[in-house]
Design a protein. Structure first.
Length: 266
């Protein structure tokens, strides 16, 4: 439940920000009163001393009341809100209003080129591998927009070489099909090979793999160091869903990658 009929995190935080601002102003007035009290004691202005004590006392009482009001005003059940669909919906809607494209895929949000995972119990999110605690929708979407406008930090050449290494192993073992005369290896097999060690699939999720595939595809980098050319094979609709790597493109379209092959450069 979300208290005080505040149906969104943005509204709840805006109200609490107003309460905190009122407390801050009262705290500033309290500091002024205490400075006057100290100044009277410092020079021995006995006539003003008692007056400034009373003023400081009244200011401290007012500050305490403001803090109680701010504390009691924050009744938002953030864990429940973050655990459900409401927070995701609010982020997506806020992004739409700010001209930022965010899409939901599986258990993550995708804001090209970033993947966002919500951690309700920790009151935070992960943007790729970076923990972010600023969850106010306007602030969060603004941050994602900034990240989107920065140059993409993705080493397409290194990723391509890793793909080719896994591909070479797959071709020698199993899981190959043919497209023309070149072996086509399902990308799910490539992912399995890249995450063979215990815990690697947790550190490098299939969603991250799909994002990196898309970034490599978009980079235009096709040539390996050994002079081979990579080709991506999209799903035709006949493949089992478990063998398709889906990705939401920058424009929000769902694209399914199926296989990969490498050919000699002519």
């Amino acid at each position: 439940m979300v208290g005080d009929n505040l149906s969104s995190l943005e509204k709840a935080l805006a109200k609490t920000e107003t309460d905190a601002d009122a407390a801050f102003k009262t705290a500033t007035a309290t500091v002024i009163c205490l400075k006057k009290f100290r100044a009277a004691a410092k020079v021995g202005n006995i006539r003003e001393l008692r007056k400034t004590i009373e003023s400081a006392e009244q200011a401290i009482t007012a500050l305490s009341q403001e803090l109680i009001r701010a504390k009691e005003g924050w009744t938002f059940d953030e864990e429940t809100y973050l655990s459900g669909k409401a927070f995701i919906s609010e982020i997506v809607e806020t992004a739409r209003q700010m001209g930022v494209k965010i899409f939901e895929q599986d258990d993550r949000l995708y804001c090209y080129p970033s993947l966002i995972r919500i951690l309700p119990n920790e009151r935070s999110i992960l943007i790729d591998k970076v923990r972010e605690k600023r969850l106010r929708p306007l602030v969060l979407v603004g941050h994602l927009k900034e990240l989107q406008n920065k140059p993409i930090r993705f080493n397409s050449k290194a990723f391509l070489e890793s793909m080719y290494s896994a591909y070479s192993i797959a071709v020698k073992t199993r899981g190959k099909e043919r497209s023309g005369t070149e072996p086509v290896v399902p990308l799910v097999k490539i992912y399995d090979l890249l995450t063979l060690l215990p815990g690697q699939s947790k550190d490098y999720s299939k969603q991250e793999f799909a994002r990196d595939l898309y970034l490599l595809d978009q980079s235009g980098n096709r040539n390996t160091k050994s002079g081979l050319i990579v080709s991506f094979h999209t799903a035709t609709g006949r493949e089992s869903p478990s063998k398709v790597i889906p990705i939401v493109t920058r424009d929000g379209e769902v694209k399914g990658y199926y296989g990969i092959s490498f050919t000699q450069e002519e």
